[in-house]
Ligand binder design. Sequence first.
Ligand code: ADP
Ligand code: MG
Length: 313
Amino acid sequence: MNEFALIQQYFKHAALATSNDSASSVVLGIGDDAALIQPPSGQQLVITSDTLVAGRHFPQDTPAHAIGWKAAAVNLSDIAAMGARPFAVLMAISLPEVDPDWLAQFSRGFFDCCAPLQVQLIGGDTTKSAVLSITVTALGWVEQDRAIRRDGARPGDLVVVSNTLGDAVYALHHPGSELQERLDYPQPRNLLGMALQGYASSMLDVSDGLAQDLGHILAASQVGAQLHLENLPLSSTLQQLPRQQAWQLALTGGDDYELCFTLSPEHFDAFCQQFAGQFQVQVIGQIIQGSGLTLQYQQQPYEMNLQGYQHFD
Ligand code: ADP
Ligand code: MG
């Protein structure tokens, strides 16, 4: 199968099957030299790009469907973290070989992640290389000046996270455990991200561990934070572990793709009223003056090693 047939069969054909032209700003998608976008008036374009390399970002034996899903999900998660609405993605893929079964599963996983959000694949590149590598670029729209950045946290704001933390890294170290889905199928929190527009003062998605990622908000906003360990949201599996071990996973484990955000107590109350029960969110601490992260357990200071994931260590 040549490159054009491959694109046609696995990416263009499937893209058309799941696209929703009426709701989109895509004038021209796959097939020309480049895609064509009509920006909605008053909106700012949000763009992000993330690469997944086999053996580095996912174990070599990860099912193709999960790899496709994750390649889309990690990028849509970054759009969520800006409070923006995703509408399109591009995919540059380097393949060691053309394996029709693998490609069919991979593209299905990719579109299974994109379709519920009406996100279209509008272009990309396909090449051969020794190592499987996938770079996805995601595009979203956000109303002018409404993007939720990392530099808006203020003393007195609450620190909040979605769902549970530490599950993906637990699954990485316990292959086949009941948390495997949390590693293979991260859920981009786009509905929550959009709902937080007008409420959150800062936000990011947790990809390298909460402590390290929250550190980015603190540095950008020039503030500190105090976290209450007993409030960290843990899955039932992590609740079975010795508590210090569970906290370690929740604070330093990567690949969660949950949202961490800050907002004033008043905004938190208003948000909870407007979206009652729609999202699982947990207050874990507050923003304070100063810098850095301090931990407390039952109101007492608590020391822990908080090294997160570093690519170049
Ligand atoms: P060019 O030679 O101009 O780079 P290509 O042959 O690489 O064109 O791609 C042809 C069309 O297919 C383009 O519209 C490109 O965006 C699209 N395309 C190529 N690879 C992918 C892919 N993996 N996913 C989605 N679209 C792709
Ligand atoms: Mg090309």
